[in-house]
Design a protein around this ligand. Structure first.
Ligand SMILES: Nc1ncnc2c1ncn2[C@@H]1O[C@H](COP(=O)(O)OP(=O)(O)O)[C@@H](O)[C@H]1O
Ligand SMILES: [Mg+2]
Length: 303
């Protein structure tokens, strides 16, 4: 039996090295597991429709791998690959749910999963003129308030409104950007827990703590340390992966006021270098094991 082949897709238009790093890291894990990887940019795979028929055109139009590891959020491309019968990890639907935080919170609420009190900002076209929802939001959530853009990572699109003036300023600036208003969990200020789930199991975990910011992200001064999660944290993180349909997930949990965990967010495209540097666990290896098993279950790869 020939070695299975995979494409590792990353975004060709993101300048940060960490995306390429994820692709190279995953490629090394694939090779260790006897898989032949090719690293490909999303803009080398064009989602095309001709005479009502879909295809992938461009450089790779005549080839197709046994599976794809999707290190990007180009969900139309992920969907198209699936439509062509290629298994994609994570699935296009799960990436779509996690990519948009409003969508993610709505999905968590469908399953009764606990997260901080949240209100989705009403849709705005162009500038914000009608502030009539503002008093109800202040009454419901209060200050300090977390404002989270629907699309964002590394804490960069997460803001803190300490008072009315800052909140109004943020609302004016964000105007038609999709975002949510969220209760600030003071008991978790500058602290969160990252649990990496693979196939429903917690495979690595770290505590992140920032001395200089309410955001515990490494990009905001978060220092990491290995952490043994409680059974409750593990169960909650696994439930998050299940309801979002993510085979692999980096789940961020906050410490609630009564000590019980609250979901902060679920990353379908979690970066795996910092958890490796903190814990010595290479999450990409169990990811590959899961994929190979899953392909066997699907009958795509034979022993
Ligand atoms: N409601 C909240 N209360 C307290 N801290 C929060 C809250 N939401 C987010 N944070 C902090 O901000 C960080 C970034 O938020 P997160 O939703 O994970 O966005 P990102 O996708 O940018 O990582 C979290 O890791 C956490 O430390
Ligand atoms: Mg996060």
């Amino acid at each position: 039996m020939a070695q299975p082949t995979c494409w590792i897709v990353y975004n060709g238009n993101l300048p940060q090295k960490k995306f390429m790093d994820f692709a190279e890291w995953t490629a090394r894990a694939a090779e260790k597991k006897g898989i032949t990887p090719s690293i490909i940019k999303n803009n080398e795979l064009l989602v095309s429709f001709t005479n009502g028929k879909s295809s992938i055109s461009g450089r790779y139009e005549n080839s197709s791998p046994d599976f794809v590891i999707f290190g990007d959020k180009d969900v139309f491309l992920a969907k198209q690959l699936e439509k062509l019968g290629i298994p994609v990890y994570n699935s296009a639907d799960s990436i779509e749910i996690c990519d948009n935080k409003s969508r993610m919170y709505q999905t968590l609420a469908d399953h009764g999963i606990p997260f901080p009190k949240t209100i989705i900002a009403p849709k705005v076209f162009g500038d914000l003129h009608d502030y009539s929802h503002y008093p109800a939001i202040v009454k419901e959530i209060g200050f300090p308030m977390v404002i989270k853009e629907a699309f964002g990572s590394f804490g960069m699109q997460v803001h803190l409104a300490e008072n009315e003036q800052r909140l109004l300023e943020l609302m004016r600036t964000l105007k038609n950007t999709e975002y949510v208003f969220q209760e600030m969990v003071g008991s978790s200020y500058g602290r969160d827990v990252r649990i990496n789930i693979v196939d429903g199991k917690a495979v690595a975990c770290m505590l992140r703590r920032s001395e200089s910011d309410f955001r515990a992200n490494v990009s905001f001064g978060g220092k990491t340390e290995p952490y043994t999660p409680t059974e409750e944290q593990v169960q909650l993180a696994a439930a998050c992966a299940e309801v979002t349909g993510t085979a692999f997930a980096g789940v961020d949990l906050l410490f609630g006021p009564d000590g019980s965990p609250l979901v902060c967010e679920i990353n379908s495209n979690a970066h795996i270098r910092s958890i490796y540097e903190c814990t010595g666990i290479d999450v990409a290896l169990p990811m590959m094991d899961f994929i190979l098993d899953d392909l066997k279950r699907r009958g795509s790869v034979h022993e």
